[in-house]
Design a protein around this ligand. Structure first.
Ligand code: 9UX
Length: 67
């Protein structure tokens, strides 16, 4: 499965690393691609292992808001 999450407030490479790192720590995440210019985070995942809600929580824990 693939989803795109709209994250607000990511502006630099460290933001990108924080968000990518938090998602990659979750089980079932296959790939993460952050586009800083649009704030869109494309995630490829195994739907039997992880939910979009898990991903949103992981991103919010890093201090970013989700559109
Ligand atoms: Mo860069 Mo992101 O200095 O919150 S880490 S803007």
């Amino acid at each position: 499965m693939q989803t795109t999450i709209d994250v607000q407030g990511m502006t630099c490479g460290h933001c990108k690393s924080s968000v990518e790192g938090s998602l990659k720590e979750l089980n079932g995440i296959t790939a993460v691609e952050v586009d800083l210019s649009t704030g869109k985070v494309a995630v490829t995942y195994e739907e039997e292992k992880v939910t979009v809600e898990d991903m949103r929580e992981a991103i919010e824990e890093q201090g970013y808001d989700i559109a």
